[in-house]
Design a protein. Structure first.
Length: 471
């Protein structure tokens, strides 16, 4: 009969008694020796029961017979106890730091496999998570993500809510009390999500509403006091660059140039991108000209009315945007010289273009996986615009891709889109269900070298992180 291993958590008293008997040279029947060992084990278990109850160690359970053992024999194992009967302490690798607070922490080691065994390295998300928050004129959005393959990431948590922070801003020049209250409540939810996730790095931004309001700075001071979140107001140029950075993966190698636009609640950013020279993976490096129109879906709908939109009202909105675009005079760019018109296209990132894509697909419920990256032809866009103009407010609100919260805004966004299409005619447009948050995440991960770390040094980095070293 083979001796029990240390993983069986058998008391040392039992082992020493067995060895002393065999060393005397007496020929003891195997059955009697086996019964005596079991009796000694039960006595030791009874003595150690109070200690096990105090430490919460589980009771001993009989294991099923293992291959190679005789039928009917069972190996007794007291889970959670070392060979001397003391409570099993959680094992740590050499130099391992204390576990960080948050939902992702090191898992305690299980029963010891051998004396002095060390726990295996465990991956911790605390080293990988990045967060981006965008407080816009209409929406409050948060993304928490983890880098995966180069240029890509996996969303761990997300939040989005329509807050209408810019409601009434165009008329009064200030953020209203109700709008600020709605935004603060949404930001409290975001603060809770950030607190519960061990985020490596984050960036929290505010755009046009806080940028143009007289009380925008005072509002952000209130946000800091009530939520603990410190938001920064970004410039229009930064906003345009972030919108471009968020859509890098949607530009194919067959494209020489594109016009990327982001129709927001209080402003609309437009960037002309030329990829004909020194092409790189950083799409934002190829911005040759950009502009920011001081008009968005909220401001335009408040000026012209968003509930009852006749063809005449829609045309008036388009003409207002046309006048703003006339002041933008970009330089002459090779990609837009007209020689390769088939190799340029529009790329839209906003709720307006995603709504048109959902209508085009006739989705019973909005599905980002089907919308993001979808191509729309000129005929597709014209057909969806005519369809929306034929609906009244109730019909727009009843559509699952629009909803009551955006039924008064969608046609204002379509007017801005129509003006952009007139200025830069293109046979096709690509839809992007992404924007500033994705741009923030891409820039943070790229500057930190997160995708290099998740490449060939992935396993080595995780092992070092589990041991408390810096990645």
């Amino acid at each position: 009969m083979s001796q029990s291993s240390s993983s069986d958590a058998t008391p040392s008293v039992r082992s020493s008694a067995s060895e002393s008997t065999s060393s005397k040279g007496g020929s003891e029947p195997p059955g009697r020796r086996r019964r005596r060992r079991r009796k000694s084990a039960r006595k030791a278990e009874g003595k150690n029961a109070p200690a096990a109850a105090a430490t919460g160690a589980p009771a001993a359970q009989a294991n099923t017979p293992k291959p190679g053992e005789k039928k009917g024999r069972r190996r007794r194992r007291k889970s959670g106890r070392e060979i001397q009967g003391r409570p099993l302490a959680p094992q740590k690798a050499a130099g391992q730091a204390k576990a960080q607070s948050g939902p992702v922490a090191d898992v305690a080691a299980g029963p010891a496999q051998a004396a002095g065994a060390t726990a295996p390295a465990i991956r911790r998300q605390a080293d990988d998570l990045y967060a981006a928050l965008d407080l816009g004129t209409n929406n409050c959005r948060l993304l928490i993500a983890q880098p995966t393959r180069p240029g890509q990431f996996r969303v761990v948590d997300a939040f989005s809510r329509i807050v209408r922070l810019g409601e009434g801003l165009d008329a009064t020049g200030e953020l209203s009390q109700d709008a600020m209250d709605r935004a603060v409540e949404a930001l409290k939810i975001c603060a809770g999500k950030l607190k519960n996730r061990p985020v490596r790095r984050h960036r929290l931004i505010a755009t046009e509403a806080c940028r143009s309001a007289r009380n925008g700075v005072e509002f952000l001071e209130r946000v800091l006091a009530e939520t603990g979140l410190e938001l920064e107001i970004v410039t229009r140029e930064t906003e345009a660059r972030l919108a471009v950075a968020g859509c890098s993966s949607l530009v194919g190698h067959e494209t020489d140039g594109l016009v990327l636009f982001d129709i927001g609640g209080g402003s609309s950013e437009i960037a002309m991108i030329d990829l004909t020279e020194n092409r790189s993976n950083r799409l934002a490096n190829h911005i040759k000209a950009w502009t920011s129109l001081p008009v968005g879906v909220v401001t335009l709908s408040e000026r012209h009315g968003g509930c009852l939109v006749t063809p005449e009202v829609f045309q008036a909105m388009v003409e207002e945007v046309d006048a703003l675009l006339a002041d933008f005079v970009p330089p002459s760019l090779p990609a837009f010289s007209g020689l390769g018109a088939g190799r340029i296209h529009l790329l839209g990132t906003s709720g307006t273009v995603t709504t048109l894509a959902g209508l085009h697909l006739d989705l019973p419920r909005y599905d980002r996986r089907k919308v993001d990256g979808l191509w729309l032809s000129n005929e597709d866009v014209d057909r969806m615009l005519d369809r929306l103009l034929s609906w009244d407010f109730e019909a727009r609100a009843a559509n699952p891709c629009i909803g009551a919260d955006r039924a008064d805004l969608v046609l204002a966004g379509c007017a801005i889109l129509q003006s952009i299409r007139k200025r830069w005619p293109s046979q096709r447009m690509r839809v992007a269900d992404r924007g500033l948050r994705e741009g923030l995440l891409n820039e943070m991960m790229a500057s930190d070298g997160a995708w290099r770390r998740s490449g060939r040094n992935f396993r080595h980095r995780n092992q070092r992180s589990a041991q408390g070293e810096k990645p």
